[in-house]
Design a protein around this ligand. Structure first.
Ligand SMILES: NC(=O)c1ccc[n+]([C@@H]2O[C@H](COP(=O)([O-])OP(=O)(O)OC[C@H]3O[C@@H](n4cnc5c(N)ncnc54)[C@H](O)[C@@H]3O)[C@@H](O)[C@H]2O)c1
Ligand SMILES: N[C@H](C(=O)O)[C@H](O)COP(=O)(O)O
Length: 352
């Protein structure tokens, strides 16, 4: 495959999203054809202050096609989606909420019609979108809704140094529930939820990552995986029966394991992915081990979407350019490119 075309939504304009998008696109030009989606004037102003040699060009759809065909790399293409209010770094303005949402809509539409091979998203401020009157819990749920996908799975991944022996391994942590208040988590964990979630993980690890026979470890929900029912019974009523059913279909899944002791080499060396039951059960472990180069991937979508492992970091955005680490953005672009290559190879093999 020639260089994949990667759309990068630049996220909350007052946060670090625009800066890390510019730097990430610039760093990865040798392996991908990046297309930024955001406010051209704001991005140009930031690029001008960065002293990094980043050149931008505005692309409409005709110019985009031509730039891709000619493989133009001297400047980074930007699809201009103007903001409604002036930006002050570090200060949120709900008047820009609809524009931030429009960045995602442009990226989703372009990926669905195969103009883009993948979408990488910079962070948005979920609360500001809600302040703008948009019911928004996360990109994960929004991409699912816009692509009419019934269930998707949030998975974060990052390379970690092996505790025994040399080299690195990929730690992948997927979640059975996404952005849900803790008080609602137990109601969302059902046999159907787990069957669908594990089957999406199994399918996408094969089709999007080229892992032939994925091994998935499942955590319990309660302390010590319920302590034989004395500390909660979801493991007995729901998680264990779901795992048995999936094992009968040939999926290499096991558990439920107590979440507090599962994340050790003895278990992880036999796993391609850990499925945790909720956001703050799985992600602190992953982020502790990989913050700064971890990647958020939405499984189950009809398109490829990756993202950074961090938020808008308004505190450092307000202090000026050059404070933000763009390592996670670079990794998100790399993983999107690798996934696009695997998908393209699968399509060729299937004659599509
Ligand atoms: N992909 C996304 O859209 C995404 C992901 C996570 C959080 N968020 C949103 O971001 C907002 C802020 O969330 P938060 O404060 O919990 O987390 P945050 O990641 O924005 O910040 C947490 C801490 O990490 C630091 N940090 C984050 N990214 C950094 C980087 N690239 N380089 C250096 N330091 C960095 C920040 O300065 C801060 O001290 C929330 O609205 C949240 O929902 C969005
Ligand atoms: N749960 C993600 C994290 O902690 O990194 C983050 O909120 C982003 O979620 P979306 O990709 O759904 O916006």
């Amino acid at each position: 495959m020639s260089k994949p075309v990667i759309a990068i939504t630049t996220g909350e304009p007052a946060g670090i999203g625009p800066e890390i998008s510019l730097r990430g696109a610039h760093c990865c030009r040798d392996i991908v054809f990046p297309v930024l989606i955001g406010d051209y004037a704001w991005l140009k102003q930031l690029a001008g202050k960065m002293d990094s040699g980043i050149k931008l060009q505005k692309l409409d759809s005709a110019r985009l096609h031509e730039a891709i065909e000619k493989k133009e790399t001297a400047s980074i293409g930007v699809i201009d989606s103007p903001l409604q209010a002036p930006v002050i770094a570090g200060q949120l303005d709900p008047r820009n909420g609809q524009s931030v949402l429009a960045f995602m809509d442009i990226a989703i539409a372009g990926a669905m019609n195969r103009q883009f091979d993948a979408v990488v998203t910079a962070p948005v401020q979920k609360s500001t979108l809600n302040d703008a009157g948009i019911a928004f819990t996360g990109h994960t749920e929004y991409f699912a809704e816009k692509t009419e996908t019934k269930r998707v799975v949030m998975m974060l991944a990052g390379s970690v140094r092996k505790l025994a022996g040399d080299g690195h391994v990929m730690l992948r942590v997927a979640l059975a529930t996404t952005h849900l208040p803790l008080k609602n988590v137990h109601k969302a964990i059902s046999i159907d939820c787990l069957l669908e979630t594990v089957s999406i993980i199994n399918r996408d690890l094969k089709n999007r990552f080229g892992i032939v026979s994925p091994r998935i470890l499942v955590t319990g929900l309660n302390p010590h995986a319920g302590e034989n029912g004395y500390l909660g019974d979801e493991e007995i009523r729901i998680i264990t029966p779901a795992i048995r059913q999936m094992q009968e279909t040939g999926i290499r899944v096991s558990g439920p394991f107590p979440a507090d002791t599962l994340f050790q080499p003895r278990y992880l060396e036999h796993a391609d992915c850990v499925l945790a039951m909720y956001h703050d059960q799985g992600l602190p472990v992953l982020k502790y081990a990989t913050f700064g180069h971890g990647v958020n991937i939405t499984l189950g979508l009809p398109l490829i979407r990756t993202s950074v492992d961090h938020g808008t970091a308004l505190d450092i955005a307000s202090r000026g350019l050059g404070m933000a680490n763009h390592g996670s953005m670079v990794e998100a672009i790399h993983i999107a490119a690798e996934m696009a290559a695997v998908s393209s190879q699968n399509r060729r093999q299937n004659g599509k």
